[in-house]
Design a protein around this ligand. Structure first.
Ligand code: AVJ
Length: 322
C-alpha cells in the first residue's frame, strides 16, 4: 500500500497558537480605533473566499499580474537564475507559482510559507503531484513576524512575494519585512514581488466593493471566525462592509461598520460599539514606482527591473539585495 503523498511532504509547523489569535483580537478591539489584523482573514473559508475574489471582474490585480508573468517570464527566469531555491511568501495555490516552476532551470526546491495550514498542505500536495522530483518544503508560519527558514543546504534562495500582499503592511512594517528578506537572500540575492500601483480611485475602490458582495463576505468572515474559534457573540447582520481609498496615505482601508449601539463578548471580555463605529480589518497600500523604489532602497534592496501591463495597473518587480 503506497503512502498517501501528503505524508511524504515534510511540513515545518510554526503556526501561531490559538491564544495568539485571542490576545490579538482582545488587544485590537480594545484600541480607540478598533482593529483586527488582516492575517486572521485566512481560515479555510477565508482562503476560499479570497480565491473567489481573484476571479471577480472588478478585482484586476490577480489577472493583471498573471498577464505580466506570462508576457515576461523568460526575462524573470533569466534574473532568478538556475538551481535557485524558490521561497514563496504565500501558499502557492496560485497559477502564478506554476508559471515560475514551469520555467525555472533545475530549481533546487520550493518552500511555500503560509499561515493557513490546510490551504498550504492542499496546494503543496497538488504541486508535488505536478512537479515530481521537486523537493517541496512547506512552512506553516505567520510571515508578518520573524521566523527561521530551515537550512537551504547551500542552495541560493530567491524569494517570491506575489499579489501585492506587501500592500497589507504599513510602511514601517514593510521596511522591516523587506529587511528580513535581505538577510535571507544575502548580498546579490533576488526577490520577485508583485506591487499594485496607484491609479484612478474608482478602479481601485471597485476592486474592494464588488457588486456580488464577495469582498463583503470575505471581510465579515473574520467575525464568524472569532465566533467559532474564540467564543465571540458577533451578529454579522449588525455590521456592514465599508472599503474606501484614503488618498493621503495612498491605501485602501477595509472596515466593518457597526449598524447600531451594541455590545459584543469575545471569550471573557465585552466590547461596546457605538452606531457608526468601525473595526479596521485591512490596509492595502497602492504604490507609485518612485515610492516603492525608495521603500525598498531603505530596506537594503535595489529595483533591478520593473514589468507592467500596458495600462500600468500592476507591476512585477525584480529586486536585488545590496
Ligand atoms: C491578498 C492582500 C493582496 O489587499 O488586494 C482582496 C486581499 N482584500 N480583497 C489585497 C484582499 C480584499 C488582497 N491581498
Amino acid at each position: 500500500m503506497n503512502t498517501p503523498l501528503i505524508e511524504t511532504i515534510a511540513l515545518t509547523d510554526l503556526h501561531p497558537a490559538t491564544d495568539t489569535f485571542l490576545v490579538d483580537v482582545h488587544e485590537g478591539l480594545g484600541q480607540a480605533q478598533k482593529a483586527i489584523p488582516a492575517k486572521y482573514f485566512y481560515d479555510a473559508r477565508g482562503s476560499y473566499l479570497f480565491d473567489q475574489i481573484t476571479k471577480l471582474e472588478e478585482y484586476y490585480p490577480t489577472r493583471t499580474e498573471m498577464g505580466i508573468m506570462k508576457a515576461h517570464i523568460d526575462a524573470m527566469i533569466e534574473r532568478m537564475g538556475p538551481q535557485c531555491l524558490l521561497v514563496e511568501y504565500g501558499s502557492g495555490s496560485s497559477l502564478k507559482t506554476r508559471i515560475l516552476l514551469d520555467h525555472l532551470q533545475q530549481p533546487a526546491g520550493y518552500v511555500p510559507i503560509d499561515i493557513s495550514k490546510e490551504h498550504l498542505l492542499r496546494s503543496a500536495e497538488a504541486l508535488a503531484l505536478a512537479y515530481p522530483g521537486l523537493p517541496i518544503r512547506p512552512i506553516c508560519a505567520d510571515y508578518t513576524t520573524a521566523f527561521q527558514l530551515p537550512d537551504a543546504n547551500g542552495a541560493r534562495p530567491v524569494v517570491y512575494f506575489p499579489g501585492s500582499t506587501i500592500g497589507n503592511f504599513e510602511p514601517e512594517e514593510a521596511r522591516a519585512f523587506l529587511q528580513r528578506i535581505v538577510q535571507i537572500v544575502g548580498a546579490g540575492g533576488g526577490m520577485l514581488i508583485g506591487v499594485d500601483l496607484r491609479k484612478e480611485v474608482p478602479i481601485i475602490e471597485a476592486a474592494y466593493n464588488d457588486a456580488q458582495g464577495v469582498t463583503a463576505a470575505f471581510n465579515k468572515n473574520v467575525l464568524a471566525r472569532i465566533n467559532s474559534e474564540l467564543g465571540g457573540t458577533f451578529d454579522l447582520n449588525c455590521f456592514r462592509h465599508h472599503a474606501f481609498f484614503n488618498a493621503t496615505h495612498s491605501r485602501i482601508e477595509m472596515h466593518l461598520e457597526s449598524l447600531g449601539d451594541q455590545c459584543v463578548r469575545v471569550a471573557d471580555r465585552y466590547f461596546p460599539f457605538r452606531y457608526g463605529e468601525t473595526i479596521l480589518t485591512e490596509y492595502s497600500y497602492k504604490y507609485t514606482l518612485e515610492a516603492f523604489a525608495s521603500l525598498v532602497a531603505s530596506a537594503g534592496f535595489e529595483v533591478e527591473k520593473v514589468w507592467m501591463d500596458e495600462d500600468h495597473l500592476f507591476s512585477v518587480q525584480y529586486l536585488v539585495a545590496r
